[in-house]
Write a protein that binds this ligand. Sequence first.
Ligand code: ADP
Length: 419
Amino acid sequence: MPEEDEEIVDAVVAGKIPSYVLETRLGDCRRAAGIRREAVRRITGREIEGLPLDGFDYASILGQCCELPVGYVQLPVGIAGPLLLDGQRYYVPMATTEGCLVASTNRGCKAIAESGGATSVVLRDGMTRAPVARLPTARRAAEVRAFLEDPDNFETLSMIFNRSSRFARLQGVQCAMAGRNLYMRFTCSTGDAMGMNMISKGVQNVLDFLQDDFPDMDVISISGNFCSDKKPAAVNWIEGRGKSVVCEAVIKEEVVKKVLKTNVQSLVELNTIKNLAGSAIAGALGGFNAHASNIVTAIFIATGQDPAQNVESSHCITMLESINDGKDLHISVTMPSIEVGTVGGGTQLASQSACLDLLGVKGANRDSPGSNARLLASVVAGGVLAGELSLLSALAAGQLVKSHMKYNRSSKDMTKIVP
Ligand code: ADP
């Protein structure tokens, strides 16, 4: 380390230079990170050699993605696919350190592709933000609520709201009250952005406008938790948040046998007892699935989404039915709150943007804003469909193995039964 940098490290360690000013003061993000890292090493006495420093563009995260950087964590990215979805083949990037996850999802993709593919439908596309305001009385709060929910006022409200961005378009406001506190859940489309910044600006415009007519309204917070962001909440499960997607496929009898090594009846029974009854017993909220969050989170990390939003983005009910006289399997995943974007946040970083590019959804869709983000949501749901299919099959096949072990201990015979 050059002598000049050594002096800066000393000053940081001594508390004479705040660590957070290094980037602005030095005008060199890589150098700032190196100096900060050395200061941390000296203060803690811990070597952090395993955490790489070089090979990362620190300028790309400045003021956007991460403060006080000292390095970066490496995560492997595996590819599951092709996922045959709506007639297209997708190679799905998954960042994970959970062994078998990519392999299992890949197997699900294979079963889907060999059965002719999956189809998806995006039912809703709207980000939400719910500020909370306190009024002098509940009666007064109800007046504000009536104003916001009056269809005659929608045009005025959307004009004010939509000024925040070319892409933000108000869809509606849904209110709830707790005494004299009013929670106003705004929903808007956000183009290809996940949309939290965009919607917050629109909501702020409306709050400023309301303040003129309701000067006694005391805005407590731009977020009153009725949004609801990054917390399990029934409102997202029931009303949706981000993209609401259903993805379905018919898996042929021979594919269930050959690729998934189980049978339709066992799968349907397992889904009912585990994903439906079991989750009901557990008092689940949006958790009527085997491991949706595994796939959601791995794709989120690979494509630069906000991984904390896996909470509601993983809400999923998995349904299985036998069809065609019990021969084939109909499987679907219904996911009401997949929160994804292809612009903004971590999506513009080099590796995350490469993963988006692999899926053909990098950046803004110029012809039809919002369609890249919606497609990404469909791919997430498609990946979850593959993941559910594969894990349920593994569990069902495991059960098959066990029951055959019990009734016929000969391993030779077992290999005949479980191919
Ligand atoms: P978020 O609202 O998800 O936090 P940002 O506000 O950080 O996202 O990023 C969205 C930005 O990208 C906005 O400034 C918006 O004007 C711009 N943008 C460009 N093209 C699009 C598009 N197709 N959809 C949405 N935003 C877009």
